[in-house]
Ligand binder design. Structure first.
Ligand SMILES: CC(C)(COP(=O)(O)OP(=O)(O)OC[C@H]1O[C@@H](n2cnc3c(N)ncnc32)[C@H](O)[C@@H]1OP(=O)(O)O)[C@@H](O)C(=O)NCCC(=O)NCCS
Length: 187
């Protein structure tokens, strides 16, 4: 069994805050996802966002807060959501040590270290006693150099190719599985 831990990751810079999402972020988060979805073809959704009712999203965020091994982080600047990192771990015991990570940052803030700050906060949370996380997985478009460089910088390695990750305007786009093994001090 995974032990429940209080999750309070936060990382503050001069004008930005990284914190766990709360149910009352639901409306702003859905709106953020529509904006960021429309800014690139790198995510599993476009400008339509994730098509979720605000109440359901609030419920989902509450479940994420209660989960000991999943995490929804937000990057905020002046109370506006400018970035997001989602990590969802397996629910069954044999796969609860591993999960999928997804990250996004508003285009006007690319290259300012927001993605890096989200990953650092995430890795800090993983290192906190009790998460039990030993493996982080993700899938990235094979031509998304900005994201791949970012992941490599934090130790993620290429674990193989996923063909036909996306079908965009009739064209297949292939992906890369990347993974980060977590060892030492994470029980
Ligand atoms: C990928 C993404 C999350 C990166 O966030 P970010 O806030 O720009 O990341 P950072 O500023 O912390 O770091 C960017 C890193 O990417 C790399 N990078 C920057 N510009 C780059 C470019 N033009 N080409 C390739 N790599 C580049 C660098 O390694 C850079 O780090 P460094 O300059 O400090 O060495 C962001 O660009 C994004 O949201 N893109 C759209 C959605 C997306 O692709 N999500 C990932 C899906 S798998």
């Amino acid at each position: 069994m995974i032990k429940k831990v209080k999750k309070t990751p936060s990382l503050e810079t001069t004008d930005r805050i990284i914190r766990e999402a709360r149910p009352d972020d639901a409306k702003d988060f859905l709106s953020y996802l529509k904006t960021v979805g429309g800014e690139s073809d790198n995510l599993t959704f476009g400008v339509e966002g994730v098509a979720m009712e605000v109440e359901l999203e609030a419920h989902h965020l509450e479940e994420m807060m209660l989960s000991p091994n999943s995490l929804q982080l937000l990057a905020l600047e002046d109370d506006k959501i400018i970035g997001s990192l989602t990590f969802i771990a397996g629910k069954r015991e044999r796969i609860a040590h591993a999960g999928e990570m997804a990250i996004s940052v508003l285009q006007e803030h690319w290259g300012q270290g927001v993605g890096s700050a989200l990953i650092v906060a995430f890795l800090t949370w993983i290192g906190s006693a009790g998460t039990g996380i030993r493996k982080v997985n993700l899938l990235v478009r094979e031509d998304n150099e900005r994201a791949i460089n970012l992941y490599k910088r934090y130790g993620f390695v290429n674990e193989g190719r996923r063909s036909r990750m996306f079908l965009l305007d009739g064209q297949f786009v292939h992906g890369i599985h990347m993974g980060l093994e977590i060892d030492g001090g994470t029980t």
